[in-house]
Design a protein around this ligand. Sequence first.
Ligand code: FAD
Length: 550
Amino acid sequence: MKLLIVGGVAGGASAAARSRRLSEGAEIIVFERGPDVSFANCGLPYFIGGEIAERKKLLVTTPEQLRTRFKLDVRTRTSVESIDRAAKKVRVRDLASGREYEEFYDKLLLAPGAAPLRPPIPGIDLPGIFTLRNLQDTDHIKERADQGVKQVVLLGGGFISLELAENFVRRGIATTVVEKNDQILTPFDPEMTTPIAEALATKGVTLLLGQSAEGFEQTADGLVVCLNSGKRLPAQLVVMGIGVRPENKLAVDAGLEAGPRGGIRVNEYLQTSDPDIYAVGDAIEVKDFVSGDPTQVPLAGPANRQGRIAADNLFGRTVKYRGTQGTAILGFFDRTAAVTGASEKSLRRANRSFRKVYIHPAHHAGYYPGAEQMTLKILFQPETGKLLGAQGVGGAGVDKRIDVLAVAIQAGMTVFDLEEMELSYAPQFGSAKDPINMAGFVAGGLLRGDHPQVDVEAVLAVPENQRPLLLDVRSSQEFSAGHIPGAVNISVDELRSRLGEIPRDREIAAYCQVGQRGYLATRILRQSGFLASNIGGGYKTYLLFQPNES
Ligand code: FAD
């Protein structure tokens, strides 16, 4: 069998290595347009910032190693220009010499990735405006930063921009992030990004939401980024991190099917509309694991796994790709934000029913030094409790919880399963009731009717005179330090003796700091005949929805 692979980084290199392990006899040629194969895209921002000191650490493997160890014919600086499906051959250009030639295939695997968007904004080609995809881009950005840049503008508030923001701050460069939407990190629900937006501010990053670049001008000092708001931002270095588009030209020109957003269409075996051509990675359209809808998710984990699965199928095994959950994580200094599965936004857009809970537990036992608070939000089906999605933000321990929840979603588990999960515990690692169990208890209590809850934004969306009575059951000191406007304060410890002060003809929405005392208050009130609910996640959750107050 003669296998040609287009693209030699995440998906392509994984597929090539797996293919060789499955077939010692196959002829395998990997074409890579750039000079490097299998480099660590995900490490690039940290080389710019200096956290990764040696450039060579970013080269996970070299063409020579792939040749020696895997007997792969690796052709770097070589671009595949077109596919002739009828003749089963590709046209190839050696970029160094300009020589063109043809190569026949039995099977072809496309792993060309996705290219950063670079819209035709006036001035976009001025020096100092970059995108970041590979080591060459990294070299150019680092070189510019090394020249003594004072101000950086990062366009787009996604994962790559925020990772770059951390690294420019580390270098002492004044950094501004401009995001067209009204939130950063679009896979998250807006309120869950509040702590990260606060962390940006704490580290001195200027965040401009709801604005976008409409032009660039050259000045004596570098550049000016002109925003649609009229603001003009001086900068000596600009990085566009506004998204990527699948590199689908080869596929589309060859008549292969692609989805509306350009992703090459594949079946569950990662086979394109031509059974002899497979495709993987950022270039393809995948099935959303939760909704089943077609989507595009440019992430390294899925690309690597798809490469492996495609190789299995190419060499006679029958392996299905299950779909992509979009499990992703951001580190910004000591803050972590992670997400998996469906968001509230996506569920609302698709008109799917869901319930949600927020909890704010410590990442390990509170009595053990160094406990850090996190916020977890889980989304689940109201009828069955089946998990649909989860988001976490905080410091240590968020990664572990989102990974557990990602596995739970993949296993089709419910919030009731979270109540039962047995997780490792010693005080420096977790709690006897782990945050995962707590999320299950709160969600399970909601679905069983033991713990009626209301969402704070739903309560506040109602005109004031129609709202339930907001009952703050924290201490008077906590109440004076800040409370939801219009709330009255009766501490949970005094509640039983002051029930006479609470109207019986009005719904009550109780709340505390994180939800626990509010839950107890709700139980007391319900058993005393009041129509009471708890505001899920308490005042902390309220603050997530008030990005300028907390
Ligand atoms: P790529 O890895 O992009 O490889 C495609 C290769 O194909 C390219 O090198 C390209 O030159 C080559 N190619 C394209 N067309 C042709 C052609 N016609 N002929 C020859 N060669 C061709 N994901 C995460 O999950 N976590 C992270 O922390 C993370 N951080 C990232 C940070 C940065 C700065 C970047 C840029 C990406 C990051 N990603 C991260 C995304 C991740 O790197 C990608 O999802 C993954 O690399 C996609 O793999 P791929 O094989 O589809 O494409």
